[in-house]
Design a binder for this molecule. Sequence first.
Ligand SMILES: Nc1ncnc2c1ncn2[C@@H]1O[C@H](COP(=O)(O)OP(=O)(O)OP(=O)(O)O)[C@@H](O)[C@H]1O
Ligand SMILES: [Mg+2]
Length: 253
Amino acid sequence: MTAKEQEEMDFGADSERMKKRTVEGGLLITFEGGEGVGKSTQSERLFHKLQSFGIDTVHAQEPGSSDLGNNVRRWIKRSNSSSPLAETLLFEAARAQLMFETVRPALDRGKVVVLDRYIDSTLAYQGYARGGDLKTIKQLNDIATAELTPHLTVLLDLDPKVSLARVSNKPDLFSGDTDGSGRVDNENERRFEQAPLKFHQSIRKGYLEMSKTDPRWCVIKADQAGHRIADAILKRVRRLLIDGNIPESIFKS
Ligand SMILES: Nc1ncnc2c1ncn2[C@@H]1O[C@H](COP(=O)(O)OP(=O)(O)OP(=O)(O)O)[C@@H](O)[C@H]1O
Ligand SMILES: [Mg+2]
């Protein structure tokens, strides 16, 4: 990358222009995709990058990032008999709490909020993959979030054979590529990841279908090196900050 490109990437050239734009309501950027596609890696990376540019940013993860959310996460990982509706309602309860505690207050102060999973996860998992009614899930999403739609949704798209191998305890479980990290969840219980491959393929299909319906989606191939993915995301975010209306208050003084 040339120095000029790096400068552009770092917002330097446009930061003054961006600072002049004002609008109320902050900025919501969400990360979506199946298990192990790199949502946490990339959303944290974006969070740190924006912070380093002096942009006031908050990072949170669904269904964690609140006491209720952490309990829902633990309970769902242990349970294997809940109905799609029961599961949806639990996720929505955690989501409503996260909105109340973290997301709304941050947006009200004009911050950028980067969320690792949001409404589209419920549509993909409990809707497309588990067969829950999409219309009902959309209604519940609307209730839990007071219809808060992201300004940008990054979909990290990857063949589940590859992504599951990345997070599996047994990296050779699938024939796909793996970084061999053998990552284990805190509770050592990874229910959704243990579901049949078909389930994960339905999730991927659901996400790709949703991504065609709305310009807020940015689909990125997640089989690339991490820094390439990060650059593609940053380019898109940069465009959003420059072309879209952004609140002056997201820049730290
Ligand atoms: N571009 C990449 N190439 C190869 N491995 C990657 C890449 N990005 C992330 N990884 C690795 O893949 C694993 C899963 O990444 P990460 O935890 O970010 O995914 P996730 O989508 O948040 O997963 P989960 O759905 O389980 O929360 C980690 O071991 C991470 O280091
Ligand atoms: Mg994650």
